[in-house]
Design a protein around this ligand. Structure first.
Ligand code: PNS
Length: 159
């Protein structure tokens, strides 16, 4: 069975990679789908985010990187897939994720959302916090893959 793991991935973190690695052990194929949302200001362009994800997953043969616009359920259905994977970090994620899962299921009752609890070592981690830490020259080497750290240096976000 193939699944879609959607998100902003601005940029990909070790928390995302934890979900990807664990999903690929349980499913035949994992499509990591980057939302292309021009109205949301992002640090990395969709192309850059895709490139970083491709580098971070280069040894994972059943992982594919893609992007989508519009409704997630339409994208998932277009791929002939009926399962969405999401990571849950803390109780604070729950309410928003529940809303999205219920809305997606209402939009298309064939599509279910499966939640994986993020590994405890990454339960505090988010792309926004990584950007915040990097902006003030904090050490992000334990939070994101090397290529993401380098890309953030290129954006002059860290020294
Ligand atoms: O990494 P994020 O920002 O938490 O990911 C959120 C994402 C991309 C999964 C969500 O915003 C989404 O699916 N957007 C697509 C638009 C859509 O389908 N909205 C209705 C869902 S309730």
């Amino acid at each position: 069975m193939a699944v879609v793991y959607p998100g902003s991935f601005d940029p990909v973190t070790y928390g995302h990679l934890d979900i990807i690695k664990r999903s690929r052990r349980k499913f035949d194929k994992v499509i990591v789908a980057v939302l292309n949302n021009p109205s949301k200001k992002a640090l990395f362009s969709v192309e850059e985010r895709i490139e970083l994800l491709k580098k971070a997953t280069k040894n994972m043969d059943n992982v594919e990187i893609d992007c989508f616009t519009g409704l997630l359920v339409d994208y998932v259905k277009g791929k002939d897939i009926s399962m969405i994977i999401k990571g849950l970090r803390a109780v604070s994620d729950f309410e928003y994720e529940l809303q999205m899962a219920l809305m997606n299921n209402r939009l298309n009752t064939d599509i279910e959302t499966f939640f994986l609890m993020t590994g405890s070592e990454y339960s505090f981690l988010s792309s926004s916090l990584v950007k915040e830490v990097a902006k003030f020259d904090g050490d992000i080497s334990q939070l994101v893959p090397k290529e993401v750290e380098l890309a953030m240096k290129e954006k002059n976000l860290i020294k």
